[in-house]
Design a protein around this ligand. Structure first.
Ligand SMILES: Cc1ncc(COP(=O)(O)O)c(C=O)c1O
Length: 443
């Protein structure tokens, strides 16, 4: 069960001479045995440059909800590429896509387009600050909202921070320390913590921003507890603070209308990317008119040479048609498949002494190695007794059997997967667990 990575290895060495770390996103560095190079992909499958074939549950880290190289989407993109690319002006495609999002997402009364999730979050924070005239943002530990300076604080915490708002850690060196003063990072799924902080500081708060399902790093697929999001909504209404849902992971995956539709809690502003576009780089901000219309004036700035790139709009329209047409039958099929994957992995976890735990939300599954028996409800409980070496071994054992998941244990499912793929995957996962048991994972 070992694969040959000779060409990838040579390319990685070559790349490292001209590209720092050999990668263009730091997230791509932690692959085993080193970042791999890929040459082609179709449907649910990816081939690396050494001709190793993988069934893909990484899906570009979420965007490829309709699988790789969907012919209808590629046609739509190609037609618009032929018709024209950049106009630095409007196309009707923009209206079509905005109307589609508005029809599908309960809180998206108006929509603006940009290029990446980080940018969309930037727009949402800008809108909230512009609307309120305040500066501070409440966010939650373990949630990821992109890498930009003004929000990349408080993702992780110093080990033993007990208080509501511990010492804030920056995600990176090079971030101006002054930005930390505008962030309060609270424990998630903890209504009391939010109530306490709002009771004393609401007058300074420009927004509460949350992932409606915690979906990043080793703490993915942690669900909001009953009424937690609804209470957050009530508190924001009470204190007149805009509520932002970062739906970059959940949008068009958890439900066609996003987590806001699934939980019936409507934010003031929401951000979308990933499954919105499928194979294109596209993000959007969708929210209530009272906030979104601020962008119509000259005083609240959002610009971008690459915003609403017409070929990508055409691709995204077709991507959403595939997911949403026929009453959302294709998304419903993804949900059935991800449930079979979850149930099968859960059975495997139940049959091993390894601390394998399984979590899921519709369309995505998490496998984690965590000895703590308590259900993970936030960053701190999810992190407790995590076994990093087991993650590395698990990722490598699956990869050696042609199953590709993220190094943090997240599995995305697409319309290109089928029941036979899930059966095959579960056989490989069982074999990977057996290999881990034998090679000392139990030691
Ligand atoms: C919830 C969430 N917000 C924001 C981002 C940042 O998006 P991007 O990587 O497109 O900048 C991500 C990326 O994974 C995300 O998961």
């Amino acid at each position: 069960m070992s694969m040959n990575y000779a060409i990838s290895d040579a390319l990685y060495k070559k790349a490292s001479n001209v590209i720092p770390g050999g990668v263009s996103s730091n997230n791509r560095a932690n692959w085993q045995p080193h970042p791999l190079f890929y040459q082609k992909a179709r449907g649910a499958y990816v081939w690396d440059v050494d001709e190793n074939k993988y069934i893909d549950y990484v899906l570009g880290r979420g965007p490829l909800i309709t699988g790789h190289s969907h012919p209808r989407i590629l046609d739509a993109i190609a037609q618009q590429y032929q018709a024209g690319q950049f106009f630095a002006g409007q196309t009707e495609l923009e209206i079509v896509l905005a109307e589609k999002i508005k029809a599908l997402v309960p809180g998206a009364e108006m929509v603006r387009f940009c290029n990446s999730g980080s940018e969309a979050v930037h727009v949402a924070l800008r809108l909230a600050r512009s609307a309120t005239g305040r500066e501070k943002i409440i966010r939650f530990e373990g949630h990821y909202h992109g890498w930009l300076d003004n929000i990349a604080w408080g993702f992780s915490t110093p080990e033993d921070t007990a208080q509501d708002t511990g010492a804030l850690l920056a995600m990176s060196r090079g971030q101006p320390a002054g930005d930390a003063g505008n962030i309060l990072a609270l424990r998630w799924n903890d209504t009391d913590a939010l109530e306490r902080v709002l009771a004393s500081q609401a007058g300074d708060i420009a927004a509460v921003v949350t992932e409606p399902i915690m979906f990043n790093s080793f703490w993915s697929n942690i669900l909001p507890e009953k009424n937690y999001l609804a209470r957050m909504r009530e508190l924001c209404d009470h204190y007149r603070i805009p509520l932002i849902f970062d739906e970059i992971q959940t949008g068009f995956r958890t439900a066609i209308g996003g987590a806001q539709a699934r939980y019936g809690v409507i934010p003031d502003i929401a951000t979308f990317a990933k499954a919105l576009g499928g194979p294109v780089c596209l993000a959007a901000v969708g929210g209530k008119e009272q906030y979104m219309r601020l962008l119509a004036g000259a005083q609240t700035l959002h610009t971008g040479t690459y915003n609403a790139f017409p070929p990508f709009l055409a691709g995204a329209i077709t991507n959403l048609e595939i997911l949403a047409d026929n009453g959302g039958a294709e998304l419903a099929r993804i949900h059935l498949l991800s449930e079979s994957l979850r149930a099968g992995l859960q059975d495997i976890a139940a049959g091993t002494a390894l601390p394998l735990q399984v979590r899921a939300s519709p369309g995505a599954v998490t496998t984690t190695f965590r000895a703590a028996p308590a259900v993970a409800r936030d960053y701190r409980t999810a992190r407790r007794e995590l076994s990093h070496p087991l993650f590395v071994m698990w990722h490598a054992a699956l990869q050696a059997r042609g199953v590709r998941i993220t190094p943090e244990g997240l599995w995305y499912v697409s319309t290109a997967h089928c029941a036979a793929d899930i059966d095959y995957t579960l056989e490989q996962a069982a074999a990977a667990v057996a290999a881990l048991e034998q090679t000392g994972g139990l030691a």
